[in-house]
Design a protein around this ligand. Structure first.
Ligand code: 5AD
Ligand code: SF4
Length: 419
């Protein structure tokens, strides 16, 4: 979501005559687009702002946009007195106000809904992967999560707006479309004629665009997986066989305390449905370890669930207490050292499974999407349908390539282009 917001902000600043620079000392405006989901991310923002302040030109304006802006509000100005703007995730289209008068202080952390989508100029050139948000905010109230506070209640965008943006992205170069939402599979929009559109309708319409070759979406809430969407995986070949469906914990007791609205057996039944419809599907997940009250036994159940599903690529985090959340004030917080031990154990398991899956890809052939040159500039990185990075040697990288995998390790594949 932040990548998308960043591209729209860039397009807006370009329209005001700005050009991108990586050199802070050269910039006239510097903004940090921020994430507040864990405390560490928020802390990093303030240390980065301190560094920017020292490195920037004296009259350059600087500020923050995104979820930390919303979390901090006017406190940000107290922490850094010369900060110029603090704009929440639904207010960054107001940035031009400060460009016309850099002496004002601009604070807007309102949750204005979908206004930003209409007010921002469209991107002029798309990367090969275009991220298209189908909704803002989230109506689930997971007790650990700050997102409902920072991004507000869930609002689905109009179907026609999503399709217009998707078609435009395809026209200006996108080959893969990734639909975004905090609860992307809960997308639901009813137009003025009473016709209701779900994510499956968005995907079906997108698949009709010839130049779009791959479609995916993130992040899914398990119990919002409706049959129309699951069945689409059986018929729509452009949908990648790779799905992010966060389990968070493998213990029913902890899921209840997290206010996740499913049990482990319900979650596993959804995975089975997918596997029946699309046997080559692979799943990734998010995990939180050390949630308040998590016992050794609860944690073992998480290990068990992770082993059972065999996730091929996951994100795992130590629970981080966040302001405006119910879990932050639960009494039975877990000590940091136990959280760390559990994270190491879980990561070992997840990494081993990732390595195993990567090795199982050797000698297989995939249609892959170009990402860019590797660090040396001599080789090129592609993404397989499972989003694994695959390194190849070629003088002539094409946008899509048929690649046979020749070797693999935990973090990447190597292959040769056969077509
Ligand atoms: N602590 C740790 N991880 C969190 N996440 C969300 N809130 C927290 C928190 N307070 C994780 C969840 C979510 C991912 C985006 O971030 O796993 O799926
Ligand atoms: Fe946060 Fe996701 Fe839960 Fe929404 S569904 S509250 S974004 S973890």
């Amino acid at each position: 979501m932040n990548v998308y917001d960043g591209l729209r902000i860039t397009a807006m600043l370009e329209r005001h005559g700005y050009v991108h620079t990586d050199d802070i000392a050269d910039a006239d405006i510097i903004l940090l687009n921020t994430c507040a989901v864990r405390a560490k991310a928020t802390e990093k923002v303030y240390s980065a702002l301190g560094r920017i302040r020292l490195a920037k030109k004296k009259d350059a304006i600087y500020g923050i946009v995104g979820c930390v802006a919303r979390e901090s509000g006017s406190d940000a100005f107290r922490k850094l007195k010369d900060l110029n703007f603090v704009l929440g995730p639904q207010s960054y289209h107001k940035l031009p106000e400060i460009l016309s008068d850099p002496n004002t202080k601009l604070l807007d952390i309102n949750l204005g809904g979908l206004e930003k989508f209409d007010e921002l100029p469209p991107i002029t050139k798309s990367p090969l992967v275009a991220y298209i948000p189908v909704q803002e905010g989230c109506n689930h109230c997971c007790t650990y999560c700050i997102v409902p506070y920072t991004r507000g209640p869930e609002i689905s965008r109009a179907f026609n707006d999503i399709m217009a943006e998707t078609m435009h992205a395809a026209e200006v170069g996108a080959i893969e479309i990734c639909f975004l939402g905090q609860n992307v599979n809960g997308y639901k929009f009813t137009d003025k004629n009473g016709k209701t559109y779900r994510l499956s309708d968005v995907i079906k319409a997108t698949a009709k665009i010839d130049s779009v070759k791959r479609i995916r979406f993130t992040s899914s809430y398990p119990t919002e997986m409706t049959d129309d969407l699951i069945e689409l995986f059986g018929t729509e070949k452009k949908l990648l066989p790779f799905l992010n469906m966060p389990i968070q914990s493998g213990s029913d007791n902890i899921l209840k305390r997290m206010h996740r609205q499913y049990s482990i057996s319900e979650y596993m039944a959804i995975i089975d449905k997918f596997k029946n419809i699309r046997p080559d599907i692979q799943i990734s997940s998010d995990f939180i370890v050390g949630f308040p009250g998590e016992s050794d036994d609860d944690f073992e159940q998480t290990m068990h669930a992770a082993k059972h599903v065999g996730y091929i690529n996951s994100f795992s985090f130590k629970y981080s207490p966040r302001p405006h959340t119910a879990a932050a004030i639960m009494p039975d917080q877990i000590p940091e050292n136990i959280k760390s031990e559990r994270l190491i154990k879980l990561d070992d398991l997840l990494n081993e499974r990732q390595r195993e899956f990567n090795l199982s890809c050797i000698d297989k052939t995939f249609e892959c999407l170009y990402e860019g040159p590797d660090k040396t500039g001599k080789k090129h990185i592609y993404r397989t349908p499972y989003m694994q990075p695959c390194i190849v040697t070629t003088d002539n990288p094409t946008n899509m390539a048929t690649i046979t995998i020749t070797s693999a390790n935990k973090s990447c594949l190597h292959g040769k282009i056969i077509d």
